[in-house]
Design a binder for this molecule. Structure first.
Ligand code: SF4
Length: 208
């Protein structure tokens, strides 16, 4: 009997991710497209993504990204009809059309659900994830949200309720368009753009 080896499985998942990247290349190189996840991190990433789109390929070779891919496909299969909801909304900021795009993992019973993995026993959700859910809620006009973490060590699921807070997407976009959002202390360590980012290059030089 033919059995798929680990390498073949990993290869299959990587190729899928790379193929999706190629299909999205028009969006990825379009500076007027902002992904919801980009509105939750430092503003530099967006500009570097447009300038160096191929650096996103790096992600297809990271174990944690491959695990996340398997986890999300599994959740999608389990949830069936509550599958993710694609969001695309146009905003005019100072005369410039900007499109915000994203995909909420699931919408069920008038609540947004976002699934994440963690290796820690979280007492509260991560701020960056909470902001992501709040933006989906705002864009979809939904008042309730949940962040569900799967602990990959204990296999426990933990759900956190996300209380609705008003997020002014236009103001948020203005801040990002001015490149005015600095990274959190930990962000640069995990960022695929750090090899070309002038902020990290400058800070590395100043520490020499
Ligand atoms: S390396 Fe740091 S500052 Fe540069 S884009 Fe990434 S997170 Fe932002």
């Amino acid at each position: 009997m033919d059995v798929l080896s680990n390498i073949e499985l990993l290869d299959f998942i990587r190729k899928r991710k790379i193929k999706r990247l190629f299909l999205k290349m028009n969006d990825i190189t379009n500076e007027n497209v902002w992904y919801v996840t980009e509105l939750c991190c430092c503003s530099r990433k967006h500009y570097l993504r447009v300038k160096y789109p191929w650096l996103r390929l790096k992600k297809a070779f990271e174990n944690k990204v491959i695990f996340g891919e398997i986890f999300h496909r599994g959740i999608e299969n389990l949830l069936g009809k509550f599958l993710g909801v694609y969001i695309e909304k146009k905003f005019n900021i100072n005369g410039k059309d900007v499109v915000v795009k994203g995909k909420a993992d699931a919408v069920y019973n008038n609540a947004v659900y976002e699934f994440k993995t963690t290796r820690r026993d979280l007492k509260k959700p991560k701020k960056i994830h909470e902001k992501q859910v709040l933006i989906y809620m705002e864009l979809l006009g939904i008042k309730r949200g949940y962040l569900v973490y799967l602990n990959t060590i204990s296999c426990d699921f933990k759900a956190f309720f996300v209380k609705k807070r008003k997020i002014d997407i236009k103001n948020l976009l203005k801040k990002y368009l001015e490149d005015g959002v600095k990274p959190e202390e930990w962000e640069c360590r995990f960022c695929e753009y750090s090899p070309v980012c002038e902020i990290t290059l400058f800070s590395r030089r100043s520490h020499r």
